[in-house]
Design a protein around this ligand. Structure first.
Ligand code: GTR
Length: 326
C-alpha cells in the first residue's frame, strides 16, 4: 500500500464512521410502488416520504421504490408480511383472495361514483376495511384514488357482446376472474408489468384499467379499442407493515398517519389532473373510445358475481352499508 492510498483509506474509514454517527438512530423504511415516478401515486408517496423525514427530524427516512423495483404486487403483499417492505400503496383487488372484506369494493358496480366511493372509504366503512388489513400484517392509513376501470382490446368493442370469447387479462383476484367469465370471456390473471407484452404477443386480447394506467403503461398503443363501461371503482390503500408500525413510538405513528393522509389529499388532486391528461393523449392517438349511455347490459351480465362472493352475513351487511351510502 502506498502512503497516498493508506491516507485515502484512512480518510474513507473516517468518513464512514462520521456517516454512521450522523445516522445513528435513523431508520430507513422501504416503500413499494408499482407505478412510474411521475404517476400520481408515486408523486404522492414521495410527498409522504418528505413529510415524514422532515417531521421526525430525519429519524425516519422513508424511501419509495417505484416502477415495481421491489417486485410485482403479489410479491410485495408477501414481503409486507415478512418484513422486506415497510409501506406500500396497494390496489384492493389483488388483496381479495387474502382479505375477504376487500371483495365488496371490487364487485362490479358496487360504487355508483368516485365521489360515493370517497364517502365510503373516508367514513366508518373505510376504517373497517382498513382494520381488516391486519389479517395480512398491515395497518391501513389512508385511501388513494384509482378512478373507474373499463375494458380495452385489440378488436373493436362496441357493446358487451364483443367481449364474448376474448382472452382478458385480470388482476390476481377470484372476483375479477368471475367478473370476466360472467361476460363469456376468458380471464387470465397476469402481473401488471407483463400486461403490455402479453397483449402485444397475443397471449391475451385485452385487459381493463383506468385512463391513467391505460395510458402510462402504453397498453393503449397495443389495444386500441376502449369501452367505457366503468365496471369497477377500486380504492387503493396506503398501508404500513404492522411489524414496522409496532416498532414506532406513538408520536411517530401519529406523524406517519398524518403524512399518509396528507399524501392522499395530494394524490386525489393529481389523479383528477392525470385522468384528463391521459384521456387527451389516448384520444389524440386516434383510439376508438366508446361511451355508454346505458350500462344495464354490463350490470345485468355481471350480477352472478354477487351471488358467488357475497355469501356471508358479514359481507352482505358491508355491501348493504356501501350501497346505502349517499
Ligand atoms: C392500476 C393500479 C395498480 C395495479 C394495476 C393492475 O390501476 O393502480 O396498483 O393494480 O392497475 O391492473 O394490476
Amino acid at each position: 500500500m502506498t502512503i497516498v492510498s493508506t491516507i485515502r483509506a484512512a480518510l474513507l474509514a473516517g468518513c464512514a464512521a462520521a456517516l454512521f454517527t450522523a445516522s445513528a438512530g435513523a431508520q430507513e423504511i422501504r416503500g413499494w410502488n408499482t407505478h412510474a415516478p411521475d404517476y400520481p401515486v408515486s408523486v404522492a408517496m414521495d410527498h409522504f416520504a418528505a413529510l415524514v423525514a422532515e417531521r421526525t427530524g430525519g429519524r425516519i427516512t422513508p424511501k419509495t421504490y417505484h416502477s415495481a423495483q421491489l417486485g410485482e404486487q403479489d410479491q410485495a403483499i408477501e414481503q409486507m408480511q415478512f418484513g422486506g417492505i415497510d409501506y406500500a400503496v396497494f390496489n384492493l383487488t389483488p388483496l381479495n383472495n387474502l382479505v375477504p372484506e376487500t371483495q365488496v369494493t371490487t364487485l362490479p358496480y358496487a360504487f355508483r361514483s368516485v365521489d360515493q366511493m370517497h364517502r365510503v372509504v373516508d367514513g366508518p366503512i373505510g376504517a373497517e376495511i382498513a382494520a381488516a388489513m391486519e389479517q395480512v400484517n398491515m395497518v391501513g392509513l389512508a385511501w388513494y384514488d384509482s378512478g373507474a376501470r373499463s375494458f380495452y382490446a385489440k378488436t373493436p368493442l362496441a357493446s358487451v357482446e364483443d367481449l364474448k370469447g376474448l382472452k382478458i387479462r385480470v388482476q390476481n383476484s377470484d372476483v375479477n376472474v368471475a367478473m370476466v367469465e360472467a361476460l363469456g370471456a376468458n380471464a387470465t390473471p397476469i402481473p401488471f408489468g407483463e400486461v403490455y407484452t402479453s397483449i402485444q404477443s397475443g397471449v391475451v386480447d385485452g385487459a381493463e384499467n383506468n385512463w391513467p394506467s391505460y395510458e402510462s403503461t402504453a397498453h393503449f398503443e397495443v389495444a386500441r379499442h376502449y369501452i367505457l363501461d366503468q365496471h369497477t371503482i377500486v380504492p387503493e390503500i396506503f398501508a404500513v407493515a404492522k411489524t414496522t408500525w409496532d416498532k414506532m413510538t406513538a408520536d411517530d405513528q401519529a406523524i406517519v398517519r398524518q403524512a399518509a393522509i396528507e399524501s392522499a389529499g395530494l394524490q386525489r388532486r393529481l389523479w383528477a389532473e392525470r385522468e384528463a391528461k391521459s384521456e387527451a393523449i389516448v384520444r389524440a392517438a386516434g383510439n376508438t373510445i366508446v361511451e355508454l349511455e346505458d350500462k344495464t347490459p354490463f350490470i345485468e351480465k355481471m350480477k352472478p358475481v354477487y351471488d358467488k362472493f357475497v355469501t356471508s352475513d358479514k359481507l352482505r351487511d358491508l355491501l348493504a352499508r356501501i350501497q346505502a351510502t349517499e
